[in-house]
Every structure is written in C-alpha cells, then in structure tokens.
Design a protein around this ligand. Structure first.
Ligand code: ZN
Length: 636
C-alpha cells in the first residue's frame, strides 16, 4: 500500500519546501483517520483450511450497500470440528446460512459469525457453507468499502488492509491461511463495470444488469481480495518474455483519464522485466497484472490488480513490487509489515537505480535518509499492531525498512545480497504463503555465510542511527590518518558496527578516493593511502547508510603513534604480533577486504594461527587498551 498526501495537504506544504516532495508524492504520516483497531485474530483460525471461496455480490455504485452470497469450501484441520467461524462486522445482516441445500442456524456477536455444522467433521474432511447477507458497511481504517466520485460518476471500491475485509464480507481474516482459489462475480447497473482479481471469465448484460465474473487460481490472503465498480474503460500493455509468452498488463481506468493513463502505464513492462531479473519471475504471469483506478489517495496492491489513484512512476513501481513481496509472499504477522512495505519501497528504489537517471536515484536515497533521520528514534519492528498509524508509518515501515535492505546490500555485497533475496523469494516453504522476518534473515545469512544477529538487533529491533564525526590529517609519509567516532541517536543501540564509506578529495576536487572503514569502536584510527594530499572528507557520500554526520575536522598533523608490528607478512600459517610499550591486546578481528567479519577473539594473543584461511588479502584489526590498529595481511 502507498498513500499520498492529498492535493490540499500538498498546497498547505507548498510554501515550505519539503524534501519528500521530490516527485510530488509522499508517504502520509497518518493522523487524519483512525488509528486504533479492536480487531482480534481468532484462536479458531487454525481449525479450518479455506480451500475455495465464491463471492457473488450485487453492487450499485450509487448506493453504499452490499448484498451477496459467499460460499466457502473448507477442510477440517482437527478431529470433531463442530463449528465454523467467520469474521463479519455486526453492521452486516446475515439473512441465512445454507449447507447442503438446507438452511442451518448461526449466531452473530462481537463481529464473529458462528455456524454450527450440521455434521461433525473429522480431520481432512471437506465441507462448504453459503452465507447470504447484506448491509451498509462501516468504513474504518483506509475505507474498507467506500464510495467516491470522479467526474460526477460514483465509484465503489474496497481496500481491506489490514483488518477491513470483515466490514463487507464473511471471511477468515488471518495471516496463517490463504484462500487457495476464488471466483468473484459482481452484478451492477450496466453503466458500471467491475475490476477485480485474476482473469475475466465473462462479462454479460441482461435486463440492464452487467455481470462480471473474475476467477483467480492462486492462493490469496484475505486482505488482498478486492473489487472496484464504476464506468471503467480498459486497455492493455504487454510484456513479451524470452520464451515467446507474454504478460498482460490490464488497465481499468476512468474514461476522463484514459489518454493520461495510456501515456504512463507502458513503463510497467520495464519494471516487471527488472524485478523478473533481480528477484524472480512475476508470480502470477499465467493470469495477468493490472491497474484499476480508484478513489483513495494512494495505491493498494490487490493481487494481480493493483488499485491506484494515478499512474505515477512511484506508485506503479511500488504496487507492482508488492506482487512479489506482500502478495506472493505475505507478511506472517503485522509486526513484520516491513516484509511488505520496506521491500516494496526498496524495489521502487531499485527501479530508480536501473530505469531513472543517476540524479533521480541519488535524490531518492537522499530523501529517504532525510525522512528517516528526521526523528531520533523508532524501529522497523512494530510492537503494537493495533496502532494502524504506527503500522503504516512511512518513515519506519516504508523508508527505514527499505534502507535496512539497502544497508544489508552494502554490508554483504551485491552478489550475496541478491542471491539471498532470490533464495527467499524461491523458498517453497513461504511461496504463496506467509513469511516472518526470521525466515528472511536465515536466507541472507546462508547466502552470505555470516551471522546477521547483531545487524538485525541494531537496525530492526533497535531504534535510531549513528551520528558520525571524524578527524583527518595527512602525515609526513603521505598516508592519511582518519579518526572515526559515532554517537547513537537513541539509547536502544550503543554502537552501530558498520563498514563506513568515506570519500576523500584533493583541494580542487579533481581527485577523489573511496575507502570502506570497518567501524567497530569509537576513536578508531584508520591509516589509508589516497595517493594525493587530502583537503576534504565526506562520510557516506552515496547514501549507503542511515546516518548523520556531525562534524569533520581537518587537523594539521597527527603525532606518529607507535605502531604495532605484524610478521611475517605475507604469512603461511601463523602471524606474530608485537605491541608497543604497555599496551595489551583486548580483542582481535579478522575481516575480508569487503568488510565481512570472518573471525573474532576477545583475549590476549601474541600470535594467531590462520592455517585454514584461504589464500588472499585480509584486514586484521587489533584493539588494545589504548586504541585500535588495522593491518592488511596477506595469506600465501
Ligand atoms: Zn505498499
């Protein structure tokens, strides 16, 4: 989902330049609607497996009302199942419940519909019930079932995320069970057409009633089921695939916006192609992808048919990305909303990197970082999922979540990062199902062969970011000494252990050199060889990190420290360490040249056995009671 500032809010902000309006689109830090959900997930969700639902609805866009019948085929997951339970808001009136052509009893209370089954089911047994109901839905959250008007024409549309499906249909609003297959059949006045999920099977008009039948044969999370009804016109874009097949991008748009839409949607094919290459094949290629215009100020990633307010690049790239992360792989808990929103936001960033100009990609990163560090606290992990404002925080779930991925890419390198992303996407355990953060972490750890416990403690559960300061000086030898420190913006994290990108320039900025400093302790000294006299130093010039820079000071000279000696270097199986004066080694760390921590010890060692290390160049970091030294060592 992606929500936009309304035009009115935009105008209100227009006098003061807002850094997030680089493309006149922004994530709303919601404050203008509700905020606290009372929805409780049922203990009984696990008792049944919903295998199929057929929804037949009558919707007239002139009237905020729904009438219909929802038939649910379900399998018992337990012995002696005597009752099935649905989430359904009390504003919906159930007229009858039918099982095997017989009306059966039911009860409604506290937004639950309970139906005692006419026959007790054993584990694995299949049954079905049809619920006939109608009513005027209440519209909490993002407007579960809403009516808006465009060019004088009404549009009824739905947006159920996170807890709104039960406002307008009997469902199992869970994050443990996808509906394996659905049919959606909507009858409306013939001036209206219905956009929905999957493939359009038929569209017929009879006695001024238009009936549109959509079918979808992939598992779908309840909150991704949606319809939108208005006077749509449609057209398609196509992406040709290497194997000769094609993916249809079906667009249902308001007639008055047809020309504008037709000029903007073709880029969708480029973005699908990019995600196919970076992550894996578009999961619903056998059916379609599509856009349906609707009246909410933003976009929502309904499966195979994103609902959008406009066809801007951001919204198109974001909702499309959700088909991989959100729809095909769905968050397993609302606490993990970043698995949907952080991922969709980062894939949007990747679209900027690959499809837009370098400047646009640079500005995308710069604006995300500015937004994240505009407040010193806040975690990507959501502790209170009843707080919808916190859940859909643009700053945390979207931007900081996206930047968590961007920093992982920096720490692990492109090869391991994208391999981990692909392995996560291809994991059969979560394909067409649900995932938790721990499953993603495991894939990334395996792809990079490293532990990410500390990284996720700092950046996922922890709050805040490092604020860097540095001193630099060129010594008599021409080598540059950099002294790097950080303070944490929030006390939940003491120190952000990160490789820090640093760029140095000569006086005229005709020369520059980049270094990757493995920052593990404050007041850490790095000695590097830029090959020219350094006049200026920048920390994180390309926005790889969530960070701020406090101050950078150029000092005339640094008194030459007594250096340690590491020998032999190059070495074969053992290196010896000679330390000056009274200093004593308290920890040693061994890094690969791209900054990956390979080995660490926390005690005094005058030598290290590194016989099993592959041949190559490494960075040995030695911390003494006085300071930290780094030595480049070569294994032969
Ligand atoms: Zn989203």
């Amino acid at each position: 989902m992606l929500s936009l500032f309304t035009i009115i809010t935009f105008l209100a902000f227009a006098q003061k330049p807002d850094p997030y309006f680089f493309d006149k689109i922004a994530f709303q830090e919601k404050s203008n609607f509700i905020n606290k959900s009372t929805f409780v997930e049922s203990q009984n969700y696990a008792l049944t497996d919903v295998v199929y639902q057929r929804m037949e609805w009558e919707i007239n866009p002139n009237v905020l009302y729904i009438k219909g019948v929802v038939t649910t085929y379900f399998k018992s997951e337990t012995q002696n199942l005597s009752e099935i339970e649905f989430d359904l808001h009390s504003s919906m009136t159930v007229d009858s419940v039918v099982q095997c052509h017989q009306k059966i009893t039911f009860s409604q209370s506290q937004n639950k519909l309970k139906i005692p089954l006419s026959e007790i089911l054993n584990e694995g047994q299949l049954d079905s019930v049809s619920v006939y109901y109608q009513g005027t839905p209440s519209n909490p959250g993002f407007g579960a079932f809403s009516k808006t008007v465009h060019a004088g024409v009404p549009n009824i549309w739905t947006l159920s995320e996170p807890y709104g499906a039960m406002e307008w249909w009997p469902c199992k609003q869970s994050l443990v069970d996808k509906i394996d297959s659905i049919d959606i059949i909507v009858s409306s006045p013939d001036s209206s057409r219905t956009a929905s999920i999957g493939v359009l099977v038929s569209e017929t008009v009879n006695e001024k009633i238009r009936r549109m039948h959509w079918k979808h044969r992939f598992p779908i999370a309840t909150y991704l089921v949606a319809v939108s009804v208005t006077n749509y016109v449609n057209y398609s874009d196509y992406l040709a695939l290497d194997d000769g097949s094609q993916i249809e991008i079906l667009n249902y748009v308001y007639p008055e916006n047809l020309a504008a839409a037709q000029s903007k949607t073709p880029v969708t094919t480029k973005i699908i192609k990019l995600y196919n290459e970076l992550i894996g094949e578009y999961p619903f290629a056998k059916e379609k992808y599509g856009h349906a215009q609707f009246g909410w100020g933003g976009g929502m990633e309904h499966q195979t048919m994103s609902f959008v307010s406009n066809f801007g690049f951001n919204i198109v790239a974001h909702e499309l990305a959700h088909q991989w992360f959100g729809d095909y792989i769905t968050l397993g808990s609302w606490q993990d909303i970043w698995l949907n929103e952080g991922f969709a936001t980062y894939l949007t960033g990747l679209s900027y990197e690959h499809i837009k100009s370098d400047t646009e990609w640079y500005n995308w990163k710069k604006n995300r970082v500015a937004q994240i560090v505009s407040n010193p606290g806040g975690s990507v992990f959501v502790s209170d999922t009843t707080n919808i404002n916190a859940l859909f925080s643009g700053r945390l779930s979207y931007s900081k979540g996206a930047y968590l991925l961007h920093m992982l890419r920096w720490v692990l390198g492109d090869e391991s990062f994208f391999l981990g992303m692909q392995n996560y996407f291809n994991d059969p355990e979560i394909a067409n199902g649900f995932a938790r953060t721990s499953q993603f972490v495991e894939h990334m750890e395996n792809a990079a062969d490293t532990s990410l416990t500390e990284f996720f403690n700092d950046w996922f559960y922890g709050e805040g970011f490092p604020v860097y300061s540095a001193q630099f000086a060129t010594g008599e030898t021409g080598l540059l000494t950099i002294n790097l420190s950080q303070t944490s913006s929030h006390n939940s994290v003491g120190f952000f252990e990160m490789p820090v990108p640093v760029r140095v320039y000569n006086i005229n900025k005709t020369d520059s050199a980049d270094f990757r400093l493995i920052h593990t302790t404050n007041n850490q000294e790095f000695i590097v060889d830029p090959g020219f006299k350094v006049a200026e130093l920048k920390i994180d010039p390309d926005y790889w990190l969530i960070s701020k820079t406090a101050e950078i000071v150029s000092v005339p000279t640094i008194s030459k420290s007594n250096n340690i000696v590491v020998y032999p270097n190059p070495f074969i199986d053992r290196i010896n360490i000679l330390i000056p004066g009274n200093e004593r080694i308290t920890k040693t760390r061994l890094f690969s040249t791209d900054g990956k921590l390979l080995q660490k010890t926390e005690d005094h060692k005058a030598g290290l056995f590194l016989k099993n290390l592959p041949i190559g160049i490494y960075i040995l970091q030695l911390t003494t009671s006085e300071k930290t030294y780094e030595k480049r060592i070569i294994k032969q």
